[in-house]
Design a protein around this ligand. Structure first.
Ligand SMILES: NC(=O)c1ccc[n+]([C@@H]2O[C@H](COP(=O)([O-])OP(=O)(O)OC[C@H]3O[C@@H](n4cnc5c(N)ncnc54)[C@H](OP(=O)(O)O)[C@@H]3O)[C@@H](O)[C@H]2O)c1
Length: 166
């Protein structure tokens, strides 16, 4: 499983159920990375998607503790054990953890790589990601050139999980 996320300089990732930044190039990167693959998300992130609907042309796996929760075109799992059981069906390189805060922080150590778009700005946030730069288990393996949208600068980083035994 791989993790994909966009963060602020202080590792903020969300506020009041929504995202902090909107850069078309980053959305494109997310789409190209996940298209025709498997995406894993928490119930709150599903709710934050347009219309509360799953992402098209992807297998959507949604985690919730609500055993009665149903959503068309989503595979629902009620625990990490159930998630890992479901993930046995797929190639782990095709599985993307797409959020949100609770899901990332519970599951990042099971991810082999993290694609982190870093925005050079800070926004009011109520949801934060673990700081990968302060974690010796994660090695920065790629840093893009600087991109810019409406004066907002951002870079694409890739980290590798050195602690994961596959
Ligand atoms: N910057 C980014 O790239 C990015 C990406 C995605 C999301 N976000 C942002 O992140 C925020 C949402 O994050 P969040 O932390 O509030 O919510 P979340 O991680 O999307 O979802 C949390 C929910 O997932 C379910 N869940 C998580 N772990 C579980 C477990 N072990 N067993 C059963 N169910 C489990 C629970 O659902 P129930 O309550 O139903 O039990 C829990 O309330 C939003 O602001 C969103 O915009 C940012």
């Amino acid at each position: 499983m791989k993790l994909i996320v966009a963060v602020a300089r202080d590792w903020g990732i969300g506020n009041k159920g929504g995202l902090l930044f909107n850069a078309p190039e980053d959305m494109e990167f997310f789409k190209n990375s996940t298209l025709n693959k498997v995406v894993v998300m928490g119930r709150k992130t599903l709710l934050s998607l347009p219309g509360g609907n799953p992402l098209k042309n992807r297998i959507n796996i949604v985690m919730t503790s609500d055993v009665d929760f149903k959503k068309e075109d989503c595979i629902i799992v009620n625990s990490t054990e159930a998630l890992f059981e479901e993930l046995k069906k797929y190639n782990s390189d095709d599985v993307f953890l797409i959020g949100g805060g609770k899901m990332y922080n519970e599951l990042y150590s099971y991810c082999s790589e993290a694609y982190i778009t870093k925005f050079d700005a800070i926004q009011e946030a109520d949801t934060y990601l673990h700081n990968f730069d302060e974690d010796k288990d994660w090695l920065l393996t790629y840093a893009s050139e600087i991109h810019e949208h409406n004066g907002l600068r951002f870079i694409f980083n890739t980290y590798k999980n050195l602690a994961l035994k596959e």
